[in-house]
Ligand binder design. Structure first.
Ligand code: ZN
Length: 321
């Protein structure tokens, strides 16, 4: 159970952050707002709306504060922002983000390339951010999640030692995070590896401190990995609408797992997501109009829903519901 009333699995949309930061086009702020509002109206309860990085590094995220402030006006929506460092966390908190997430790359080479920081330096930032969060009045304190990224392998270093991932997850908790997520940043994960690593990390930090995974579909294993995570009792799955993002090294592969396909799988299995599939599919039109040059992915949007779907009696889960 996801901890949210009426929902078994929390689908956390990350397209406005992970998708948009991975493509060349810059989405106009108004289109971002329309996208976020439409997904929330379709029943999506959590959206990672941006990353607080300097605009000169990532012009796609120059409007981060405005997007957070807008998203926070949508009732019932948890607004998540990625923060690469202390300054980013300050800005995200000032804008009113409900949750902040900081990535710590299991591969130190990737960490230096991505954040220009060693593990020790990132953990220093985590401690400072945790202190800042604790200094706020209780009703203004955002949730603080640490993410071990490149947890399943790295494009620069290759294999990543599982012991290292466990050690870093524990270090993030010790530095003051509320919970830890595992990210398959590079699309290297397989279901057996994912299950093993979820168990190892939970043994170290506690079962309820790891509730979510962030998966990519670079090699087509995204949904298989999502199912493996579900079988381990993971209740939050990241995905992006239209699989926005892609991968420059894998033509035809989406970026994150495709929200539409993920929701179809969960829904067809009888798991409650709170999301209306027809309304979710319609949100693609906003992306198509705002990003005409970008590829969109997903099998369910192309194939359509199965005949009679949603009319009752379709699938074991639905019949029982
Ligand atoms: Zn990602």
């Amino acid at each position: 159970m996801s901890g949210i009333e009426g929902i078994d699995v929390l689908v956390s949309e990350v397209g406005p952050r992970d998708g948009l930061q991975s493509i060349k086009s810059i989405m106009p702020t108004e289109a971002k707002k329309a996208w976020i509002a439409a997904e929330a109206a379709a029943g999506v309860r959590e959206i990672e709306v941006c990353s607080f990085v300097p605009a000169k590094l990532l012009p796609q995220m120059a409007d981060a504060a405005e997007v957070v402030r807008y998203a926070c006006t949508i009732p019932g929506l948890t607004v998540l922002a990625l923060v690469p460092n202390f300054k980013g966390a300050e800005n995200a908190i000032a804008a009113g983000a409900h949750k902040i997430a900081l990535p710590l790359s299991a591969s130190e080479t990737h960490s230096r390339a991505n954040l220009r920081k060693s593990h020790a330096e990132v953990l220093d930032d985590v401690r400072k951010i945790a202190e800042l969060v604790r200094s706020l009045p209780a009703d203004r304190r955002p949730g603080f999640e640490g993410n071990v990224s490149t947890a399943f392998g790295c494009t620069l270093e290759g294999p990543v030692a599982e012991d290292k991932v466990v050690e870093l997850a524990a270090a993030l908790m010790a530095a003051g995070c509320d919970e830890v997520g595992l990210s398959d940043t590079t699309g290297y994960a397989n279901p057996a590896q994912l299950k093993r690593l979820i168990r190892l990390v939970r043994q170290e930090i506690g079962h309820d401190r790891l509730s979510g995974v962030h998966l990519h579909n670079t090699r087509g294993l995204g949904l298989a990995n999502a199912l493996a995570a579900l079988e381990e009792g993971v209740t939050t799955l990241d995905s992006s609408l239209g699989g926005l993002g892609g991968c420059p090294y894998a033509p035809g592969a989406s970026g994150n797992i495709v929200t539409e396909d993920l929701v179809f799988m969960l829904d067809a299995m009888g798991l409650k997501t709170g999301i209306d599939l027809d309304r979710l599919l319609a949100v693609r039109e906003i992306l198509k109009a705002a990003l005409p040059a970008e590829e969109m992915y997903g099998f369910t949007p192309d194939a359509g829903l199965p005949k009679g779907y949603g009319a009752g009696g379709w699938g074991v889960g639905r019949a029982a519901a």
